[in-house]
Design a binder for this molecule. Sequence first.
Ligand code: UD1
Ligand code: CA
Length: 462
Amino acid sequence: MGATAAIILAAGKGTRMKSDLVKVMHSLGGCPMIEYPVAAAREAGASRIVIVAGHQSEKVKEYFPGGDEIDFALQEEQLGTGHAVACASPSLEGFSGRVLILCGDVPLLKADTLKEMMACHKESGAVLTVLTSRPDNPFGYGRVVKGVGGTVLRIVEEKDANDTEREIREVNSGIYCVESGFLFDAITHLSNDNAQGEYYLTDIVQMAAAAGLSVTSFPVSCAEEVMGVNDRGQLAEAGSIIRKRVNQALMYAGVTIVDPSVTYIDRGVKIGKDTIVYPNVHIQGVTEIGENCVIEPSSVIRGCRIGDGVTIKAGSVMADAIVHNSVSIGPMAHLRPGTELMNHVKIGNFVEIKKAFVGEDSKASHLTYLGDATIGKGVNIGCGTITCNYDGINKHRTVIEDDVFVGSDVQLVAPVTIGRNSLVAAGTTVTKDVPPDSLAIARTPQVNKEGWVKEREKGKGK
Ligand code: UD1
Ligand code: CA
Protein backbone atom coordinates (compact mmCIF):
# COMPACT_ATOMS: atom_id res chain seq x y z
CA MET A 1 0.00 0.00 0.00
CA GLY A 2 3.06 2.29 0.18
CA ALA A 3 4.51 4.16 3.11
CA THR A 4 2.34 5.85 5.71
CA ALA A 5 3.36 8.59 8.12
CA ALA A 6 1.27 10.38 10.72
CA ILE A 7 1.33 13.89 12.08
CA ILE A 8 -0.39 14.37 15.42
CA LEU A 9 -1.38 17.92 16.28
CA ALA A 10 -0.94 18.52 19.97
CA ALA A 11 0.52 21.97 20.47
CA GLY A 12 -2.59 23.64 21.87
CA LYS A 13 -2.77 24.35 25.59
CA GLY A 14 -6.35 23.28 26.14
CA THR A 15 -7.55 26.46 27.86
CA ARG A 16 -10.99 25.06 28.63
CA MET A 17 -9.47 22.30 30.75
CA LYS A 18 -8.60 25.05 33.28
CA SER A 19 -5.50 23.08 34.18
CA ASP A 20 -1.80 23.54 34.87
CA LEU A 21 -1.25 20.40 32.82
CA VAL A 22 -1.34 20.53 29.01
CA LYS A 23 -4.52 18.93 27.70
CA VAL A 24 -3.07 15.95 25.84
CA MET A 25 -1.25 14.75 28.98
CA HIS A 26 -4.43 14.40 31.00
CA SER A 27 -5.03 10.82 31.96
CA LEU A 28 -7.63 8.78 30.20
CA GLY A 29 -8.11 5.10 31.03
CA GLY A 30 -4.72 4.99 32.71
CA CYS A 31 -2.54 6.76 30.16
CA PRO A 32 -2.19 10.26 28.72
CA MET A 33 -4.76 11.17 26.07
CA ILE A 34 -2.02 11.57 23.42
CA GLU A 35 -1.27 7.85 23.66
CA TYR A 36 -4.53 7.02 21.86
CA PRO A 37 -3.97 8.75 18.51
CA VAL A 38 -0.35 7.58 18.56
CA ALA A 39 -1.48 3.98 19.10
CA ALA A 40 -4.17 4.28 16.41
CA ALA A 41 -1.63 5.66 13.90
CA ARG A 42 0.76 2.84 14.68
CA GLU A 43 -1.95 0.22 14.35
CA ALA A 44 -3.08 1.73 11.05
CA GLY A 45 0.44 1.13 9.73
CA ALA A 46 2.20 4.48 10.18
CA SER A 47 5.93 3.76 10.19
CA ARG A 48 6.81 7.33 11.15
CA ILE A 49 4.92 9.51 13.60
CA VAL A 50 5.55 13.19 14.23
CA ILE A 51 3.97 14.78 17.26
CA VAL A 52 3.63 18.54 17.01
CA ALA A 53 4.02 19.78 20.57
CA GLY A 54 4.00 23.31 21.93
CA HIS A 55 2.72 23.91 25.42
CA GLN A 56 4.71 21.76 27.87
CA SER A 57 6.36 19.98 24.96
CA GLU A 58 8.99 18.59 27.34
CA LYS A 59 6.27 16.72 29.27
CA VAL A 60 4.94 15.19 26.07
CA LYS A 61 8.46 14.21 24.96
CA GLU A 62 9.28 12.72 28.32
CA TYR A 63 6.32 10.38 28.10
CA PHE A 64 7.45 8.76 24.85
CA PRO A 65 10.74 6.95 25.23
CA GLY A 66 13.07 7.77 22.36
CA GLY A 67 14.56 5.41 19.85
CA ASP A 68 11.36 4.34 18.12
CA GLU A 69 9.47 5.77 15.17
CA ILE A 70 8.24 8.86 17.03
CA ASP A 71 9.62 12.33 16.29
CA PHE A 72 8.77 15.64 17.88
CA ALA A 73 8.28 18.97 16.20
CA LEU A 74 8.08 22.11 18.25
CA GLN A 75 5.45 24.71 17.44
CA GLU A 76 6.34 27.52 19.77
CA GLU A 77 3.46 29.79 18.84
CA GLN A 78 0.11 28.30 17.91
CA LEU A 79 -0.53 30.07 14.65
CA GLY A 80 -3.06 27.56 13.38
CA THR A 81 -3.45 23.96 12.26
CA GLY A 82 -1.78 24.68 8.89
CA HIS A 83 1.22 26.18 10.64
CA ALA A 84 1.37 23.17 12.97
CA VAL A 85 1.63 20.80 9.99
CA ALA A 86 4.29 23.06 8.46
CA CYS A 87 6.29 22.68 11.70
CA ALA A 88 6.17 18.90 11.25
CA SER A 89 7.29 18.91 7.64
CA PRO A 90 11.10 19.05 8.25
CA SER A 91 10.79 15.84 10.27
CA LEU A 92 9.29 14.13 7.23
CA GLU A 93 11.77 15.43 4.71
CA GLY A 94 12.34 12.87 2.00
CA PHE A 95 9.22 10.95 3.00
CA SER A 96 6.96 9.96 0.16
CA GLY A 97 3.61 8.30 0.65
CA ARG A 98 0.47 9.19 2.48
CA VAL A 99 0.25 11.24 5.60
CA LEU A 100 -2.41 10.80 8.24
CA ILE A 101 -3.16 13.96 10.16
CA LEU A 102 -4.65 13.33 13.60
CA CYS A 103 -5.45 15.41 16.66
CA GLY A 104 -3.95 14.77 20.08
CA ASP A 105 -7.26 15.60 21.72
CA VAL A 106 -9.40 13.17 19.69
CA PRO A 107 -8.72 9.94 21.58
CA LEU A 108 -11.66 7.75 20.59
CA LEU A 109 -10.77 7.30 16.94
CA LYS A 110 -10.26 3.64 16.10
CA ALA A 111 -7.41 2.28 14.01
CA ASP A 112 -9.98 0.35 11.95
CA THR A 113 -11.63 3.62 10.95
CA LEU A 114 -8.27 4.98 9.83
CA LYS A 115 -7.66 1.83 7.81
CA GLU A 116 -11.06 2.17 6.14
CA MET A 117 -10.41 5.82 5.39
CA MET A 118 -7.04 4.95 3.86
CA ALA A 119 -8.62 2.23 1.71
CA CYS A 120 -11.25 4.69 0.48
CA HIS A 121 -8.51 7.26 -0.16
CA LYS A 122 -6.56 4.82 -2.28
CA GLU A 123 -9.57 3.62 -4.21
CA SER A 124 -10.82 7.11 -5.01
CA GLY A 125 -7.43 8.30 -6.22
CA ALA A 126 -7.88 11.52 -4.27
CA VAL A 127 -4.92 13.60 -3.08
CA LEU A 128 -6.82 14.37 0.09
CA THR A 129 -9.50 12.54 2.06
CA VAL A 130 -11.28 14.28 4.92
CA LEU A 131 -12.88 12.29 7.72
CA THR A 132 -16.28 13.87 8.32
CA SER A 133 -19.19 13.50 10.70
CA ARG A 134 -22.73 14.77 11.16
CA PRO A 135 -23.08 15.86 14.77
CA ASP A 136 -26.50 16.86 16.15
CA ASN A 137 -25.13 20.34 16.64
CA PRO A 138 -22.53 21.37 14.05
CA PHE A 139 -21.78 24.66 15.81
CA GLY A 140 -18.07 25.48 15.98
CA TYR A 141 -16.93 22.98 13.38
CA GLY A 142 -15.65 23.61 9.88
CA ARG A 143 -18.41 22.84 7.34
CA VAL A 144 -17.71 20.65 4.32
CA VAL A 145 -18.79 22.46 1.14
CA LYS A 146 -19.43 20.06 -1.73
CA GLY A 147 -20.02 20.47 -5.45
CA VAL A 148 -21.83 18.34 -7.97
CA GLY A 149 -21.17 14.62 -7.61
CA GLY A 150 -20.21 15.11 -3.97
CA THR A 151 -16.65 16.31 -4.58
CA VAL A 152 -15.35 18.39 -1.72
CA LEU A 153 -14.74 21.99 -2.77
CA ARG A 154 -13.62 23.57 0.47
CA ILE A 155 -13.99 23.65 4.21
CA VAL A 156 -15.28 26.80 5.78
CA GLU A 157 -14.78 27.54 9.47
CA GLU A 158 -17.79 28.54 11.60
CA LYS A 159 -16.42 32.05 12.03
CA ASP A 160 -15.87 32.55 8.29
CA ALA A 161 -19.09 30.89 7.10
CA ASN A 162 -22.14 32.63 5.66
CA ASP A 163 -25.69 31.69 6.69
CA THR A 164 -26.15 29.12 3.92
CA GLU A 165 -22.84 27.46 4.75
CA ARG A 166 -23.76 27.30 8.43
CA GLU A 167 -26.78 25.19 7.41
CA ILE A 168 -24.44 22.42 6.22
CA ARG A 169 -24.58 19.45 8.59
CA GLU A 170 -21.51 17.57 7.43
CA VAL A 171 -18.48 18.79 9.36
CA ASN A 172 -14.73 18.38 9.28
CA SER A 173 -13.43 16.07 12.04
CA GLY A 174 -9.94 17.53 11.70
CA ILE A 175 -8.59 14.15 10.60
CA TYR A 176 -7.20 13.63 7.12
CA CYS A 177 -5.31 11.36 4.80
CA VAL A 178 -3.15 13.32 2.35
CA GLU A 179 -0.58 12.54 -0.33
CA SER A 180 2.76 13.84 0.97
CA GLY A 181 3.82 15.60 -2.26
CA PHE A 182 0.66 17.66 -2.42
CA LEU A 183 0.56 18.34 1.35
CA PHE A 184 4.07 19.66 1.79
CA ASP A 185 3.75 21.89 -1.24
CA ALA A 186 0.29 23.20 -0.30
CA ILE A 187 1.19 24.19 3.25
CA THR A 188 3.87 26.54 1.98
CA HIS A 189 1.11 28.54 0.25
CA LEU A 190 -1.28 29.09 3.19
CA SER A 191 -2.27 32.56 4.27
CA ASN A 192 -3.81 33.77 7.51
CA ASP A 193 -6.26 36.12 5.88
CA ASN A 194 -9.38 34.89 7.72
CA ALA A 195 -11.60 35.65 10.71
CA GLN A 196 -9.17 34.14 13.22
CA GLY A 197 -5.92 35.32 11.64
CA GLU A 198 -4.69 31.71 11.64
CA TYR A 199 -3.03 29.50 9.07
CA TYR A 200 -5.87 27.07 8.45
CA LEU A 201 -4.89 23.56 7.38
CA THR A 202 -8.39 23.29 5.92
CA ASP A 203 -7.43 25.72 3.15
CA ILE A 204 -5.51 22.94 1.41
CA VAL A 205 -8.89 21.52 0.34
CA GLN A 206 -9.63 24.56 -1.76
CA MET A 207 -6.09 24.51 -3.18
CA ALA A 208 -6.50 20.92 -4.34
CA ALA A 209 -9.87 21.65 -5.88
CA ALA A 210 -8.44 24.74 -7.65
CA ALA A 211 -5.59 22.64 -9.05
CA GLY A 212 -8.09 20.11 -10.41
CA LEU A 213 -7.03 17.46 -7.90
CA SER A 214 -9.72 15.38 -6.29
CA VAL A 215 -10.73 15.61 -2.64
CA THR A 216 -13.10 13.11 -1.07
CA SER A 217 -14.85 12.87 2.23
CA PHE A 218 -15.06 9.73 4.30
CA PRO A 219 -17.97 9.84 6.76
CA VAL A 220 -17.23 8.23 10.09
CA SER A 221 -19.85 5.61 10.96
CA CYS A 222 -19.83 6.35 14.67
CA ALA A 223 -19.79 10.05 15.59
CA GLU A 224 -18.33 9.49 19.07
CA GLU A 225 -15.03 8.43 17.48
CA VAL A 226 -14.26 11.98 16.40
CA MET A 227 -15.37 13.63 19.61
CA GLY A 228 -12.77 16.15 20.75
CA VAL A 229 -11.91 16.51 24.41
CA ASN A 230 -11.93 20.18 25.32
CA ASP A 231 -13.07 20.28 28.94
CA ARG A 232 -13.30 18.04 31.98
CA GLY A 233 -16.86 17.01 31.15
CA GLN A 234 -15.74 15.64 27.79
CA LEU A 235 -12.72 14.05 29.48
CA ALA A 236 -15.09 12.08 31.72
CA GLU A 237 -17.32 11.22 28.77
CA ALA A 238 -14.37 9.93 26.73
CA GLY A 239 -13.14 8.05 29.80
CA SER A 240 -16.41 6.24 30.16
CA ILE A 241 -16.45 5.25 26.47
CA ILE A 242 -12.89 3.94 26.73
CA ARG A 243 -13.80 1.96 29.85
CA LYS A 244 -16.76 0.48 28.07
CA ARG A 245 -14.53 -0.65 25.20
CA VAL A 246 -11.93 -2.17 27.54
CA ASN A 247 -14.58 -4.03 29.54
CA GLN A 248 -16.33 -5.20 26.39
CA ALA A 249 -13.11 -6.67 24.98
CA LEU A 250 -12.40 -8.50 28.25
CA MET A 251 -15.93 -9.90 28.38
CA TYR A 252 -15.63 -11.13 24.79
CA ALA A 253 -12.45 -12.89 25.86
CA GLY A 254 -14.23 -14.76 28.65
CA VAL A 255 -13.97 -12.55 31.73
CA THR A 256 -17.14 -12.06 33.81
CA ILE A 257 -17.62 -8.43 34.74
CA VAL A 258 -20.64 -8.30 36.99
CA ASP A 259 -21.44 -4.62 36.37
CA PRO A 260 -19.24 -3.03 33.69
CA SER A 261 -20.70 0.42 34.31
CA VAL A 262 -18.91 0.56 37.68
CA THR A 263 -15.76 -1.42 36.90
CA TYR A 264 -12.63 0.60 36.17
CA ILE A 265 -10.02 -1.30 34.22
CA ASP A 266 -7.14 0.46 32.49
CA ARG A 267 -6.34 -0.09 28.89
CA GLY A 268 -3.69 -2.78 28.49
CA VAL A 269 -4.68 -4.77 31.59
CA LYS A 270 -4.73 -8.51 30.86
CA ILE A 271 -7.22 -10.85 32.53
CA GLY A 272 -7.62 -14.58 31.91
CA LYS A 273 -10.87 -16.37 31.18
CA ASP A 274 -13.39 -17.33 33.86
CA THR A 275 -12.08 -14.69 36.20
CA ILE A 276 -14.92 -12.80 37.88
CA VAL A 277 -14.63 -9.09 38.56
CA TYR A 278 -17.16 -7.63 40.97
CA PRO A 279 -18.38 -4.02 40.99
CA ASN A 280 -16.31 -1.04 41.99
CA VAL A 281 -13.02 -2.76 41.33
CA HIS A 282 -10.13 -0.68 39.95
CA ILE A 283 -7.43 -2.50 37.99
CA GLN A 284 -4.69 -0.16 36.89
CA GLY A 285 -1.35 0.18 35.17
CA VAL A 286 0.52 -2.80 33.79
CA THR A 287 -1.44 -5.55 35.50
CA GLU A 288 -1.86 -9.16 34.49
CA ILE A 289 -4.40 -11.45 36.16
CA GLY A 290 -4.70 -15.14 35.37
CA GLU A 291 -7.68 -17.46 34.89
CA ASN A 292 -10.34 -18.46 37.42
CA CYS A 293 -9.65 -15.65 39.83
CA VAL A 294 -12.26 -13.81 41.88
CA ILE A 295 -11.83 -10.09 42.46
CA GLU A 296 -14.30 -8.96 45.07
CA PRO A 297 -15.87 -5.49 45.33
CA SER A 298 -13.87 -2.35 46.02
CA SER A 299 -10.43 -3.82 45.48
CA VAL A 300 -7.73 -1.65 43.93
CA ILE A 301 -4.99 -3.47 42.01
CA ARG A 302 -2.16 -1.56 40.39
CA GLY A 303 0.89 -2.86 38.54
CA CYS A 304 0.48 -6.45 39.77
CA ARG A 305 1.15 -9.86 38.27
CA ILE A 306 -1.41 -12.35 39.55
CA GLY A 307 -1.57 -16.06 38.73
CA ASP A 308 -4.51 -18.45 38.35
CA GLY A 309 -7.18 -19.29 40.90
CA VAL A 310 -6.44 -16.33 43.14
CA THR A 311 -9.16 -14.83 45.33
CA ILE A 312 -8.89 -11.18 46.24
CA LYS A 313 -11.50 -10.42 48.84
CA ALA A 314 -13.37 -7.17 49.26
CA GLY A 315 -11.57 -3.93 49.90
CA SER A 316 -8.02 -5.12 49.29
CA VAL A 317 -5.39 -2.73 47.94
CA MET A 318 -2.37 -4.03 46.03
CA ALA A 319 0.45 -2.29 44.18
CA ASP A 320 3.47 -3.68 42.34
CA ALA A 321 3.06 -7.12 43.84
CA ILE A 322 3.58 -10.59 42.40
CA VAL A 323 1.05 -13.22 43.40
CA HIS A 324 1.36 -16.83 42.27
CA ASN A 325 -1.44 -19.44 42.00
CA SER A 326 -4.31 -20.30 44.36
CA VAL A 327 -3.54 -17.51 46.79
CA SER A 328 -6.22 -15.94 48.98
CA ILE A 329 -5.93 -12.27 49.90
CA GLY A 330 -8.09 -10.09 52.13
CA PRO A 331 -10.68 -8.86 52.89
CA MET A 332 -8.99 -5.51 53.43
CA ALA A 333 -5.41 -6.62 52.93
CA HIS A 334 -2.72 -4.19 51.78
CA LEU A 335 0.03 -5.54 49.53
CA ARG A 336 2.66 -2.89 48.89
CA PRO A 337 5.47 -2.82 46.32
CA GLY A 338 7.95 -5.66 46.46
CA THR A 339 5.54 -8.26 47.79
CA GLU A 340 5.74 -11.76 46.34
CA LEU A 341 3.33 -14.48 47.46
CA MET A 342 3.99 -18.06 46.37
CA ASN A 343 1.36 -20.74 45.66
CA HIS A 344 -1.37 -21.38 48.25
CA VAL A 345 -0.42 -18.49 50.50
CA LYS A 346 -3.24 -17.05 52.61
CA ILE A 347 -3.22 -13.41 53.62
CA GLY A 348 -6.17 -12.42 55.77
CA ASN A 349 -7.85 -9.24 56.93
CA PHE A 350 -5.87 -6.18 58.00
CA VAL A 351 -2.55 -7.62 56.94
CA GLU A 352 -0.01 -5.25 55.40
CA ILE A 353 2.95 -6.62 53.46
CA LYS A 354 5.84 -4.67 51.97
CA LYS A 355 9.05 -5.85 50.24
CA ALA A 356 8.44 -9.34 51.52
CA PHE A 357 8.60 -12.82 50.04
CA VAL A 358 6.14 -15.35 51.44
CA GLY A 359 6.83 -19.01 50.62
CA GLU A 360 4.34 -21.71 49.59
CA ASP A 361 1.51 -22.67 51.96
CA SER A 362 2.35 -19.94 54.48
CA LYS A 363 -0.37 -17.97 56.24
CA ALA A 364 -0.81 -14.62 57.91
CA SER A 365 -4.51 -14.61 58.60
CA HIS A 366 -5.13 -11.52 60.71
CA LEU A 367 -3.85 -8.09 61.75
CA THR A 368 -0.20 -8.32 60.81
CA TYR A 369 2.63 -6.21 59.38
CA LEU A 370 5.34 -7.97 57.39
CA GLY A 371 7.93 -5.53 56.00
CA ASP A 372 11.40 -6.30 54.59
CA ALA A 373 10.95 -9.98 55.29
CA THR A 374 11.72 -13.37 53.79
CA ILE A 375 9.30 -16.01 54.94
CA GLY A 376 9.75 -19.67 54.07
CA LYS A 377 7.26 -22.43 53.28
CA GLY A 378 4.57 -23.68 55.61
CA VAL A 379 4.97 -20.82 58.06
CA ASN A 380 2.12 -19.70 60.31
CA ILE A 381 2.16 -16.07 61.34
CA GLY A 382 -0.16 -15.49 64.31
CA CYS A 383 -2.60 -12.65 64.71
CA GLY A 384 -1.02 -9.31 65.58
CA THR A 385 2.53 -10.19 64.51
CA ILE A 386 4.75 -7.24 63.63
CA THR A 387 8.12 -7.14 61.94
CA CYS A 388 9.84 -4.15 63.59
CA ASN A 389 11.83 -3.35 60.46
CA TYR A 390 12.66 0.30 61.04
CA ASP A 391 14.86 1.69 63.80
CA GLY A 392 14.18 5.29 62.85
CA ILE A 393 17.20 5.48 60.54
CA ASN A 394 17.59 2.19 58.67
CA LYS A 395 15.39 -0.67 57.54
CA HIS A 396 16.36 -4.20 58.55
CA ARG A 397 15.31 -7.66 57.35
CA THR A 398 13.47 -10.41 59.14
CA VAL A 399 14.03 -13.98 57.99
CA ILE A 400 11.59 -16.71 59.02
CA GLU A 401 12.63 -20.12 57.76
CA ASP A 402 10.39 -23.02 56.66
CA ASP A 403 7.77 -24.51 58.98
CA VAL A 404 8.09 -21.92 61.73
CA PHE A 405 5.06 -21.25 63.92
CA VAL A 406 4.82 -17.67 65.14
CA GLY A 407 2.21 -17.26 67.88
CA SER A 408 -0.08 -14.26 68.28
CA ASP A 409 1.11 -10.80 69.27
CA VAL A 410 4.78 -11.32 68.45
CA GLN A 411 7.20 -8.52 67.66
CA LEU A 412 10.20 -9.46 65.56
CA VAL A 413 12.87 -6.79 66.06
CA ALA A 414 14.95 -6.87 62.88
CA PRO A 415 17.55 -7.81 61.84
CA VAL A 416 16.57 -11.23 63.13
CA THR A 417 16.30 -14.81 61.87
CA ILE A 418 13.96 -17.51 63.14
CA GLY A 419 15.47 -20.90 62.31
CA ARG A 420 13.43 -23.59 60.58
CA ASN A 421 10.80 -25.56 62.45
CA SER A 422 10.96 -23.27 65.50
CA LEU A 423 8.08 -21.95 67.56
CA VAL A 424 7.78 -18.41 68.85
CA ALA A 425 5.43 -18.24 71.81
CA ALA A 426 2.53 -15.79 71.82
CA GLY A 427 3.37 -12.38 73.22
CA THR A 428 7.11 -12.72 72.63
CA THR A 429 9.35 -9.84 71.60
CA VAL A 430 12.12 -11.49 69.60
CA THR A 431 15.36 -9.51 69.73
CA LYS A 432 17.93 -12.18 68.87
CA ASP A 433 18.16 -15.03 66.38
CA VAL A 434 16.31 -18.25 67.19
CA PRO A 435 18.12 -21.49 66.23
CA PRO A 436 16.21 -24.19 64.29
CA ASP A 437 13.81 -26.54 66.11
CA SER A 438 13.66 -24.24 69.19
CA LEU A 439 11.04 -22.57 71.33
CA ALA A 440 11.51 -18.82 71.77
CA ILE A 441 9.56 -17.33 74.62
CA ALA A 442 10.01 -13.92 76.20
CA ARG A 443 7.25 -12.89 78.58
CA THR A 444 7.08 -11.80 82.19
CA PRO A 445 5.94 -14.82 84.19
CA GLN A 446 2.34 -14.57 85.26
CA VAL A 447 1.44 -14.13 88.93
CA ASN A 448 -2.05 -15.05 90.23
CA LYS A 449 -2.98 -13.37 93.53
CA GLU A 450 -5.86 -15.40 94.82
CA GLY A 451 -8.68 -13.51 96.56
CA TRP A 452 -7.16 -10.14 95.60
CA VAL A 453 -10.35 -8.68 94.10
CA LYS A 454 -12.48 -9.66 97.06
CA GLU A 455 -9.96 -7.96 99.40
CA ARG A 456 -10.07 -4.77 97.37
CA GLU A 457 -13.86 -4.71 97.48
CA LYS A 458 -13.82 -4.96 101.28
CA GLY A 459 -11.51 -1.95 101.48
CA LYS A 460 -13.98 0.12 99.43
CA GLY A 461 -16.75 -0.76 101.90
CA LYS A 462 -18.70 -2.87 99.41
C1 UD1 B 1 -10.30 22.49 13.49
C2 UD1 B 1 -10.66 22.61 12.01
C3 UD1 B 1 -12.18 22.50 11.87
C4 UD1 B 1 -12.66 21.19 12.44
C5 UD1 B 1 -12.20 21.04 13.90
C6 UD1 B 1 -12.53 19.68 14.40
C7 UD1 B 1 -8.99 24.15 11.12
C8 UD1 B 1 -8.73 25.51 10.64
N1 UD1 B 1 -10.22 23.90 11.53
O1 UD1 B 1 -10.87 23.56 14.18
O2 UD1 B 1 -12.53 22.58 10.49
O3 UD1 B 1 -14.07 21.10 12.36
O4 UD1 B 1 -10.78 21.24 13.99
O5 UD1 B 1 -12.26 19.62 15.77
O6 UD1 B 1 -8.12 23.31 11.09
N2 UD1 B 1 -3.29 22.79 17.03
C9 UD1 B 1 -1.93 22.94 17.04
N3 UD1 B 1 -1.39 24.12 16.70
C10 UD1 B 1 -2.14 25.19 16.36
C11 UD1 B 1 -3.53 25.04 16.35
C12 UD1 B 1 -4.07 23.84 16.68
O7 UD1 B 1 -1.21 21.99 17.35
O8 UD1 B 1 -1.56 26.22 16.06
C13 UD1 B 1 -3.87 21.50 17.40
C14 UD1 B 1 -4.70 21.58 18.64
O9 UD1 B 1 -3.93 21.33 19.79
C15 UD1 B 1 -5.73 20.50 18.40
C16 UD1 B 1 -5.90 20.48 16.87
O10 UD1 B 1 -4.73 21.10 16.37
O11 UD1 B 1 -5.31 19.24 18.79
C17 UD1 B 1 -7.14 21.19 16.39
O12 UD1 B 1 -7.06 22.54 16.78
P1 UD1 B 1 -8.31 23.36 17.24
O13 UD1 B 1 -7.89 24.71 17.67
O14 UD1 B 1 -9.12 22.56 18.18
O15 UD1 B 1 -9.06 23.48 15.86
P2 UD1 B 1 -10.47 24.12 15.62
O16 UD1 B 1 -10.31 25.57 15.50
O17 UD1 B 1 -11.43 23.59 16.61
CA1 CA C 1 -11.27 21.96 18.44
